[in-house]
Design a protein around this ligand. Structure first.
Ligand code: 9MR
Length: 576
């Protein structure tokens, strides 16, 4: 199988911020520097220079050179870069490149909503569909969902929330991470200088049914999932009260495509877990502080749920989701929950200022450890979320403690910058196969979130430039010459694995909406389609834009939330 990788000059196909870094990669046999030219839409050469040979890139197996044209700052469209007889895909130079990606990436969550009819007038007629998983046949839920046999003797109304990914499951740990990233996208507007007070994330900035209700739309979207997460908590009076059920999904796997309202499978609640409970505690604590100005009653409900969940987790510190519980839905198993304890204590402390949470936080092994992994944070490792919020959200932490925490963020960002400099494709991930795993695009963007936070804390543009370079990789500067975001870039992914966006199998169904990001290359080839097709692939080539490849090409709320956070940050950079 030989993918069509187009021109050998690889650029961010969306483009480059006017005053930002501008880097490209050329695949070539040449070992000596090559001349390059930047051409405008009329074909006139507007800048030129010579490339820097980088040798063979381990992740792609390609001999590559890098091209830097950061000093060129004139806005324009239809620009191309020419080197070694090849002309890149066209791109734009502009200060507002990312404005619409901010809203597109957030809009994805509305399209993923469960328990509500999707309004075509809001996001396009092709995305209209009836409400999924209410008590309308052939659906079996989610208004009255029993546990798996033997797990509990009650049923819960767990309607709503977002479908996790290409399946119809709803998982507390992953939904919680995504909700956190939406809440954090909003919370950043209160602390970051370039967020300009958050006007771009206010009411009526998204196409959601709640627009115009006086609440910022990104909070409305987050609330859709928060209400679901709260419903997953074991009610008072039941065994394990206050814990959160780990997940709810179909009893058996369904095929593709399948619209949510047509899913005939029995829905089941899975056992409560410590990880899910702490995840709920953390996100509900954030809810309590962020919704306070808009809906005091809801904020109070979140605050109570957060405290109850945290106490229940302390009383049940080692209830782990089973890795074997993966029929009809993903396992999302995790047997290390010290990081979830740390994150939850951090959020509860930031919201309440109470000494008890600070005591737990300070006693956590993560409090002084380096919590920033080279390969990024995700649903299984969440200590970084606590650390980033402790660094940015105002609190009563002693000044020296705050400084130490902030220095840990910039130190991590420095390490990601060093990695970017080592990589010929400029990504903030180590260059070996271990960086190419299921959902790795999300982890990579999360490293950009750390870089962006370091910029917010210090104003040092080298960190902002690092975040931009990470997005260059996501949007086309890569071995496959593909943008992993639907609708963004000349050659972009469009067939992501999804039961809803099943266009590749059924032309009556839509493709994923613009702003949907694919999981990305996965060298472990964990689905039968790529196992066959891509056997022996070099890590950066272990991806295919086919609906059948769930291990490389699925949509998911946790990587779209990373995209939303970073797009919002980049949209705020404007002409900076
Ligand atoms: O993102 C998850 C990834 O980290 C795991 O390795 C993988 C296999 O367990 O599962 C991924 O999550 C999937 C989940 O299990 C089911 N819904 C779709 C998710 C995205 O592919």
């Amino acid at each position: 199988y030989e993918p069509d990788t187009g021109p050998r000059v690889r650029v961010n196909q969306v483009g480059y911020l006017t005053a930002g870094p501008k880097n490209a990669t050329v695949v070539t046999e040449a070992t000596d520097p090559l001349p390059w030219q930047l051409r405008n839409a009329a074909g006139t050469v507007v800048a030129s220079g010579t490339s820097t040979p980088r040798g063979v890139d381990a992740a792609s197996g390609q001999n590559v050179h890098t091209i830097g044209f950061s000093s060129y700052r004139a806005p324009g469209t239809g620009l191309t870069l020419v080197a070694d007889g090849e002309t890149s895909h066209p791109f734009t130079i502009s200060g507002d490149l990312y404005d619409r990606l901010r809203s597109d990436s957030l809009q994805f969550f509305y399209a993923q909503r469960s328990g509500i009819a999707i309004d075509g007038d809001l996001i396009g007629a092709e995305y209209a569909r009836p409400a999924g998983h209410l008590d309308v046949a052939p659906n079996k839920g989610d208004t009255d969902v029993p546990c798996q046999p033997g797990v509990c003797d009650y049923s819960l109304d767990v309607r709503g929330g977002w479908y996790d990914a290409g399946d119809h499951g709803k998982y507390v740990v992953n939904g919680g991470l995504a909700t956190h990233q939406l809440l954090s996208t909003f919370e950043r507007t209160k602390t970051a200088a370039t967020a300009d007070g958050g006007a771009a994330l206010g009411d009526s900035t998204l196409r959601v049914p709640e627009r115009g209700n006086g609440v910022p739309d990104v909070l409305d979207e987050a609330r859709w999932e928060l209400e679901f997460l709260l419903r997953m908590q074991v009610p008072a009076g039941k065994p394990l009260a206050g814990m959160a059920h780990h997940k709810i999904h179909d009893k058996a796997w369904t095929g593709l495509p399948l619209l949510p309202h047509e899913d005939p499978e029995q829905r089941e609640l899975h056992p409560p877990s410590t990880a899910a409970t702490l995840n709920l505690a953390a996100v509900a604590a954030e809810c309590a502080r962020l919704f306070a100005p808009y809906d005091a009653a809801f904020a109070a409900r979140c605050g109570t749920a957060a405290k109850t969940a945290y106490a229940a987790a302390k009383a049940n510190p080692a209830r782990y989701a089973s890795p074997a519980d993966a029929t009809g839905g993903g396992a999302y198993d995790d047997t290390t929950v010290t990081d979830e304890f740390y994150w939850a204590a951090a959020e509860l402390y930031l919201t309440t200022g109470e000494q008890a949470y600070l005591t737990d936080l300070t006693a956590s092994p993560h409090h002084t450890a380096d919590v920033f992994e080279p390969r990024g944070f995700s649903w299984q490792g969440v200590a970084a979320l606590g650390r980033l919020d402790l660094a940015t959200v105002p609190s009563g932490l002693p000044a020296a403690e705050r400084t130490r925490i902030r220095v840990s963020v910039t130190a991590a960002a420095d390490a990601y910058l060093a990695e970017i400099a080592r990589q010929a494709y400029g990504l903030p991930m180590p260059g070996d196969a271990g960086s190419y795993f299921w959902g790795g695009n999300g982890n990579l963007i999360n490293n950009a979130v750390v870089l962006a936070t370091a910029f917010d804390l210090t104003g040092d543009v080298k960190y902002r430039d690092g975040a931009v370079q990470a997005m260059d990789y996501i949007l086309g500067r890569n071995a496959l010459n593909i943008s992993y975001v639907t609708g963004w870039g000349e050659h972009a992914a469009e067939n992501q694995h999804s039961r809803i966006f099943g266009n590749q199998f059924d032309p009556d169904l839509p493709k994923p909406p613009a702003g949907s990001i694919a999981g990305g290359p996965n060298a472990a080839l964990q689905d039968p389609f790529v196992e066959q097709l891509l056997a022996g692939c070099k890590p950066m080539f272990c991806y295919v834009d086919d609906i059948q490849s769930y291990s490389t090409n699925e949509v998911a709320v946790n990587w779209n939330s990373a995209l939303a956070w970073i797009s919002s940050f980049l949209a705020d950079q404007g002409e900076a």
